[in-house]
Design a protein around this ligand. Structure first.
Ligand SMILES: Cc1cc2nc3c(=O)[nH]c(=O)nc-3n(C[C@H](O)[C@H](O)[C@H](O)COP(=O)(O)O)c2cc1C
Length: 190
């Protein structure tokens, strides 16, 4: 799969097979992720690769938040029930990856750090796609960041940027529509 194909094939996957991803394959994907550009070449990304009971604890943090903002049981639509299940289990993914960077009080540096992590995370998602794996970029879990930080024992010196489940897809969702280029591109000097 070439890069263009991977960009087009990547989907947010929210349902996974009950099949572990080999550690060697996860390592390969992380290595490609870290070929990304980074501000000042600080390579200011960190990844937590989580499986087992800790992974379930991480997922429950998101589930609890989603349950909190939803109508009570018995008053939810089937779509809301489905979303809640996804949140509580990360779709049954065998692995969750959390991306972090050093926390920084200076807005310019903080932005640079966040963008460096985002660059690596994008590459991680594309590499996973080309290996036949599913992912879903997630910031929703940060709505329950306090609990998540406790579960993962993340110190205040680190910023928790985003997470993704990682596993073999058990769904093949259609690509959500994209806006036409004219809506968001300004050509200057052409
Ligand atoms: C910064 C960011 C945060 C996201 N957070 C969540 C999330 O918390 N939960 C979720 O289910 N999807 C999340 N998504 C996935 C988007 O919903 C998804 O990318 C979008 O609907 C387009 O679908 P696609 O990824 O299949 O192209 C996030 C995506 C991005 C880039």
């Amino acid at each position: 799969m070439d890069l263009y194909q991977a960009c087009q094939a990547r989907r947010s996957i929210r349902k996974f097979k009950d099949k572990m991803v080999p550690r060697k394959l996860i390592t390969k994907i992380l290595e490609i992720a870290t070929t990304a550009p980074s501000g000042k070449n600080w390579q200011q990304w960190e990844f937590m690769v989580i499986t087992g009971p800790k992974k379930d604890e991480v997922a429950r943090c998101y589930g609890r938040y989603v349950e909190f903002i939803m109508p009570p049981a018995g008053q939810r639509t089937p779509e809301q029930e489905e979303f809640l299940k996804w949140a509580y289990t990360y779709g049954g993914a065998p692995v969750i990856i959390a991306a972090l960077c050093p926390a920084h009080g200076q807005p310019g540096i903080r932005k640079m750090n966040l963008e460096s992590v985002a660059a690596a995370f994008t590459q991680l998602l594309l590499a996973a796609t080309s290996e036949g794996l599913g992912t879903c970029w997630m910031t929703g879990p940060l709505n329950n960041e306090g609990e998540l930080r406790k579960v993962l024992d993340i110190p205040a010196t680190k910023e928790l940027v985003c997470l993704t489940p990682l596993g073999y897809p058990d769904e093949n969702p259609p690509a959500p529509a994209r806006k036409p280029l004219e809506e968001f591109v300004t050509w200057i000097g052409f």
